[in-house]
Ligand binder design. Structure first.
Ligand SMILES: *[C@@H]1O[C@H](CO)[C@@H](O)[C@H](O)[C@H]1NC(C)=O
Ligand SMILES: *[C@@H]1O[C@H](CO)[C@@H](O)[C@H](O)[C@H]1NC(C)=O
Ligand SMILES: *[C@@H]1O[C@H](CO)[C@@H](O)[C@H](O)[C@H]1NC(C)=O
Ligand SMILES: *[C@@H]1O[C@H](CO)[C@@H](O)[C@H](O)[C@H]1NC(C)=O
Ligand SMILES: *[C@@H]1O[C@H](CO)[C@@H](O)[C@H](O)[C@H]1NC(C)=O
Ligand SMILES: *[C@@H]1O[C@H](CO)[C@@H](O)[C@H](O)[C@H]1NC(C)=O
Ligand SMILES: *[C@@H]1O[C@H](CO)[C@@H](O)[C@H](O)[C@H]1NC(C)=O
Ligand SMILES: CC(=O)N[C@H]1CO[C@H](CO)[C@@H](O)[C@@H]1O
Length: 327
């Protein structure tokens, strides 16, 4: 997001933030503007979690008329489709999005949350990870959102194939006040994960993390570099031609978030989250995910939180160039 000049000025301590990111007309990145982006990006989920018409209207007031939305594979354009996608469930079901981390860089925010679905008597139905990238226009209205859920995990929790997590309060992770130079460097490291993967060098990804890195994915926590490397190698026989591409690499303080696309051919036996083995079908899938990385002072990742639906590889929603059923 930052130009090379703005980066140099930041390093020498100038507070200049005047720059115009490509594609966002009229935008000046002032402190005041960035605060408004932070405020708006933190407003959507509390408003939504009220599960009221007022909450929904408050959110629609924060988006552009032509907002571009992508909610777990379903694309929409315009505020009416945005509102439709956010319609609260009703029928005695409550949906809450509880924020764990909000990174803001310029006019873009990356948000890591818990999606908690309960009955109206607070009995847990599912709790999965929700991750979003939000881009704002010059008035700090939301103009593009990508929202990534864990549909496969949600299904497996509802059928009892995967145990529900315990209900705990969810709090925002703190963001350390590091130098601009530190954040610049950790963004480069975060971008290295997919570069290594695409060079068939996933084992190098372990070395970017601490030996006891916490790895969160698919509703599970695991520890250690091998668990981190496994996130990258687990599709090597089921989707042998997989490529991963970063769309965004956003940093703030000691945190970096990436939004990425992974695409490849399901050409080997694929294992679903519930353990079911699905035969190859030779079809190509294109899926979006996000990763949130916390770096320690030595510049190593000590928490790696991945939000991506493993079972998207068996979902027709994510087929590339799918053949329309209507002529
Ligand atoms: C956003 O700003 C408004 C007005 O100052 C304030 O009432 C609201 O609490 C803020 N919301 C968040 C999530 O920070
Ligand atoms: C919970 O939802 C059910 C089904 O819609 C409804 O009958 C009941 O009145 C609701 N209870 C409360 C406490 O809102
Ligand atoms: C972060 O650190 C810088 C330099 O030490 C300081 O000027 C700034 O006020 C700090 N910001 C916050 C939010 O603590
Ligand atoms: C794999 O990564 C390691 C560590 O970054 C590097 O030393 C090595 O040259 C890389 N190998 C290839 C084939 O790119
Ligand atoms: C998994 O790790 C994250 C990050 O440290 C933590 O917030 C969460 O509570 C952990 N979950 C479990 C089930 O231990
Ligand atoms: C998928 O498998 C078929 C049959 O073995 C093979 O012909 C094809 O080249 C494979 N495609 C990819 C992308 O690996
Ligand atoms: C796993 O989930 C799929 C899709 O929901 C279902 O068809 C299959 O029976 C499940 N497998 C097991 C072992 O429960
Ligand atoms: C109805 C409702 O909850 N509106 C809130 C939506 O978010 C804004 C900004 O944080 C609040 O000011 C509203 O009260």
């Amino acid at each position: 997001m930052k130009s090379a000049l703005a980066y140099l000025l930041a390093l020498v301590g100038s507070s200049t933030k005047l720059e115009e990111p490509i594609g966002t007309p009229g935008l000046l990145l002032t402190d005041e503007y960035t605060k408004l982006v932070a405020n708006h990006s933190a407003s959507f989920h509390p408003n939504f979690s009220k599960n009221t018409v007022q909450g929904l209207r408050a959110n629609v007031a924060l988006v552009t008329p032509d907002v571009d939305s992508f909610f777990s594979g379903f694309s929409g354009l315009g505020s009416a489709q945005f509102a439709q996608a956010l319609a609260f469930p009703g029928g005695g079901i409550r949906a809450q999005f509880l924020d764990r981390l909000i990174i803001v860089e310029g006019n873009t925010a990356a948000i890591l949350s818990a999606s908690r679905i309960t009955t109206n008597t607070s009995q847990l139905i599912t709790q999965t990870t929700l991750a979003e990238t939000m881009i704002f226009d010059k008035d700090a209205l939301l103009s593009r959102i990508v929202s990534i859920g864990e549909a496969g995990l949600s299904t497996a929790q509802q059928t009892g194939e995967v145990k529900l997590p315990s209900v705990e309060p969810i709090t925002l992770n703190p963001i350390a006040n590091t130098s601009a130079g530190f954040t610049f460097k950790i963004k480069e490291k975060a971008a290295q994960f997919n570069i290594n993967f695409n060079k068939k060098n996933s084992s190098a990804n372990g070395l970017l993390a601490t030996e006891d890195v916490t790895v969160v994915s698919d509703g599970r926590n695991s520890t250690g570099r091998a668990a981190l490397v496994n996130l990258f190698t687990r599709y090597s026989t089921s989707v042998p031609d997989l490529i991963q591409h970063d769309e965004f690499v956003l940093g703030q303080g000691n945190w970096v978030a990436t939004e990425y696309i992974f695409q490849g051919t399901r050409n080997g036996t694929f294992t679903m989250l519930n353990g079911t083995k699905v035969p190859p079908n030779g079809a190509q899938y294109r899926i979006r995910g996000m990763r949130f990385m916390r770096f320690n002072d030595a510049g190593l990742v000590d928490l790696f939180w991945q939000a991506a639906d493993n079972d998207a590889f068996v979902s027709p929603i994510y087929l590339v160039n799918s053949i329309p059923t209507q002529p």
